[in-house]
Design a protein. Structure first.
Length: 250
């Protein structure tokens, strides 16, 4: 029934004049998103035009006054943009959740990161460590600081530009081990996914969408965000290293 209602909503949206919906999104949801967009476009008749940007760069663009119909970022940045009047209050939709993962170059021995002590030993032995400027990198940096090893390990950090994949550094051998969201590691060529950090060391990133206060197509943007966050997409999200943005009550 819920799926039929969602389809009916999209059908009604499609009956209106077709719209071009502009979206600013972070790469953490890219693989699943790219499969969902054609489904939405077919059901609604609308076209989705997406600009991909790392979180740091996306925030700069928002603060510089760029306007997109919808913006999809980690929830704390979404809240900041809402609090500062850039996104409409009440327009938030939690699209997906992701955990922090670990990867090494394809064929390299998989290190032990199953506990705090194991992680410390692994990173102490590593020559280079890939850490992003996005939510995973911010978290890993704070985690290592909390564990008392940041000063020792920071000279080994290798950090790509905002929005660039850690997998690229690992595949090229520029980082022996790297951290990024699971969704950004599991399909990347040339690397082996080691696994997610254990629960005691883990942080969940929630990706939330919001409608810009200057949106040209606010209704279509809301419908798109509602579609992305629908519980029917749970299996597809999991295939790409993500979970539903709002945990299922069942």
């Amino acid at each position: 029934m819920r799926g039929l209602l969602a389809a009916a909503t999209l059908a009604v949206t499609g009956m209106a004049q077709a719209a071009d919906i502009t979206v600013l999104a972070t790469p953490g949801i890219r693989e699943a998103y790219l499969q969902l967009v054609p489904q939405f476009e077919k059901a609604s008749g609308n076209k989705v035009l997406t600009t991909w940007s790392g979180v740091a760069d996306a925030m700069k663009r928002m603060k510089a006054g760029e306007v997109f119909d919808a913006v999809i970022l980690p929830s704390n940045w979404n809240e900041d943009l809402t609090d500062t009047g850039r996104l409409m209050a009440g327009s938030r939709a939690d699209v997906a959740r992701a955990l922090v993962g670990v990867a090494v170059r394809a064929g390299a021995p998989k290190p032990d990161v199953s506990s705090t002590d194991a992680l410390k030993r692994t990173l102490a032995a590593a020559k280079t460590i890939g850490v992003s400027t996005g939510p995973s990198g911010v978290y890993v940096t704070s985690l290592l600081d909390k564990l008392g090893v940041l000063a020792e390990l920071k000279p080994k950090f290798r950090t790509p530009p905002s929005g660039a994949p850690i997998g690229e550094l690992i595949a090229k051998g520029e980082a022996e081990i790297g951290f990024q969201l699971v969704s950004e590691l599991i399909h990347f060529p040339g690397i082996d996914f080691v696994g997610a950090l254990p629960a005691a060391l883990q942080q969940t990133t929630v990706f939330s969408g919001g409608v810009h206060v200057g949106a040209r197509e606010p209704d279509a943007a809301r419908a798109f965000l509602k579609f992305l966050s629908a519980p029917e997409h749970a299996a597809l999200l999991q295939k790409h290293g993500l979970d539903l943005g709002t945990p299922s009550p069942y």
